[in-house]
Write a protein that binds this ligand. Sequence first.
Ligand code: KIV
Length: 279
Amino acid sequence: MKTTVGTLKDKKQRKEKITMLTAYDYLMAKILDEAGIDLILVGDSLGMVILGYNTTIPVTLEDVLYHTKAVARGVEKAMVVADMPFLTYQADKVEALRNAARFLQEGGAQGVKIEGGVLMAETVDFLVRRGIPVMGHIGLTPQSVNQLGGFKVQGKDIEQARQLIKDAQALDEAGVFSIVLECIPYPLARMITEKVSVPTIGIGAGPYCDGQVLVIQDLLGYFKTTPRFVKKYAEFGKEAKRAVAEYIKEVREGKFPTMENSYPLSNLVLEELEKNENS
Ligand code: KIV
């Protein structure tokens, strides 16, 4: 059965944990879907892990749209959420609606994610009333990294903590179907999770959220160093380097390809070819 906003709400009520991971291409999306993930986020983190930028700020609508289309082709059951990039929804709510609609109409996503709390509540309400399922995102919001002064834990002092509670409540009232809580202390994440009606999905927000999300490259161990909140479930980075180094060595030494990796030609054709060559 396809995951819907209703499925997620039911899971929160039943206290069943929700799983979300990022994916940016067809093959990975298919693997996550077949493994049984609930939600796939085509995150603007693709700017950092796919395109090599230092932040998510240079990511464009076309970048996320392109990757959303690829992901949607690989998915049958999971709900696909496209991350709206910087300045595709902040300036004006009508522009936000037109841009969000592209992710659903052209990209094949079933929802969009936008960063921000109280300030974005009016836009969320505008989108939701027009048929766009919206996921909120508060705490460490990477599109505001320059204002936050780096990728730091948020909500550590009383003012910030109170503001984050207000942000979550404003998003809940505006009609989001879920809220990502990124890099906030776990007691605060727990409090927010208890206060809002929709599922919270944590990343660096501890175990008491309704669900969890990680960037797939972090989980698979593509990077040597990762933030404290990441758990590496594999070491794909090391394994990929080992495999590529072995390939380079074998090609250089003439050990690859062998006859087993090559296509034969019938003697008849070969003799005919050689006859032509010699005449
Ligand atoms: O862009 C992204 O991958 C995200 C997740 C880390 C929540 O926003």
